[in-house]
Design a protein around this ligand. Structure first.
Ligand SMILES: Nc1nc2c(ncn2[C@@H]2O[C@H](COP(=O)(O)OP(=O)(O)O)[C@@H](O)[C@H]2O)c(=O)[nH]1
Ligand SMILES: [Mg+2]
Length: 314
């Protein structure tokens, strides 16, 4: 009998789905399989897609999947759905869009719900990406909403990050300026069929100029109409260009290292949190310390220091 990890390595979709469920549930067999698979990761090229809700990310991802499939590449998609009741419709749209890929063995789609817990989400995102990588997907796309710190972290896992903007975003651009420049490898100006596209391009260009080109890559601006597919071939080419640039300049290795560091920090945080939870329930000394904080007898800082000291001996 092949192990779960071996079956995933062989590209078995059902095994991959099963492993992802185990990881969701925090079952240790899942982490064992992931550990066994780790040497098989590192082959996939990971593309992050971020932008405001409704900017056309999912439509764009769907089109990119088509282009890559036409080019003979296998593709994994991790879609991060905000479970806000307001976006229910969009999620349904995504399901319908992605359903057409269901019969295609070369595409594997996984949606993750945020439930307001982005910390946990960035862990499961990394795990899901690792499974898709090990099962042999050539490209993995991570679609995520917005540009908050947690999303920036998730995108930090990617090799190439696309930031999707649309005409008429005016104020939006001001708000995102700060975080966005560091993460955007490619700006996608989607909904290029809308009014104000020239102005939007000028604004984005001005923003890029302001940022200078610190490490020798100037993010291109690619216009697309995701709903019709226009510009998507150019976008796929821009992604290839960026990946090639990463390879040629040795920066690919830098990004891989950065992602591994993220990964280790995340794993540490997870372990620490689990260990702490266990200690609070099992170690009476620690429970007592926390009680002392609860009653106001001791300040939270001294208690935290004392708990930390207990944990490092225990
Ligand atoms: N006119 C126009 N509509 C688009 C374009 N791209 C996406 N849409 C539509 O915009 C809506 C939101 O798209 P979606 O991909 O769900 O956006 P997401 O929330 O960023 O994933 C959908 O109704 C799409 O059909 C485009 O380039 N032009
Ligand atoms: Mg979407």
């Amino acid at each position: 009998m092949a192990t779960l990890a071996q079956r995933v390595r062989g590209g078995e979709r059902r095994a991959a789905a099963r492993l992802m469920r185990l990881l969701d549930d925090g079952v240790s067999a899942g982490f064992d399989a992931l550990r066994e698979l780790y040497p098989d990761t590192g082959r996939a090229r990971i593309v992050g897609v971020t932008g405001s809700p409704g900017s056309g990310k999912s439509t764009l991802v769907d089109q990119l999947v088509r282009v890559w499939r036409d080019r003979g590449l296998t593709v994994g998609v991790v879609a991060i759905d905000p479970t806000s009741p307001f976006s229910g419709g969009a999620i349904l749209g995504d399901r319908i869009r992605m359903r057409q890929h269901e019969a295609d063995d070369g595409v594997f789609v996984r949606s993750l719900a945020t439930r307001g817990n982005l910390g946990g989400l960035s862990r499961s995102t990394r795990d899901v990406v690792a499974v898709m990588d090990a099962m042999g997907m050539d490209r993995i796309v991570i679609e995520t909403v917005g540009v908050g710190q947690d999303e920036v972290d998730i995108v930090g896992t990617a090799h190439t990050s696309l930031v999707v903007l649309v005409p008429g975003m005016g104020d939006d651009i001001q708000a995102i300026k700060a975080g966005i420049l560091e993460i955007a490898d490619i700006f996608v100006l989607n909904k290029a069929d809308h009014e104000g596209v020239d102005r939007a391009e000028r604004e984005i260009r001005a923003m890029i100029e302001l940022g200078g080109d610190l490490d020798g890559w100037k993010p291109p601006i690619v216009r697309t109409i995701a709903s019709s597919g226009e510009g998507v071939l150019n976008l796929a080419d821009a992604v290839d260009d960026h990946l090639r640039w990463l390879d040629e300049t040795g920066r690919f290795e830098d990004r891989v290292r950065r992602a591994r560091v993220h990964h280790v920090r995340q794993a540490l945080r997870d372990r620490f949190e689990r260990r702490l939870d266990r200690a609070i329930t099992e170690q009476t000394g620690i429970a007592g310390l926390i009680d002392a904080a609860a009653s106001g007898e001791q300040d939270p800082y001294s208690v935290a220091d004392a708990v930390l000291a207990e944990l490092s001996v225990g």
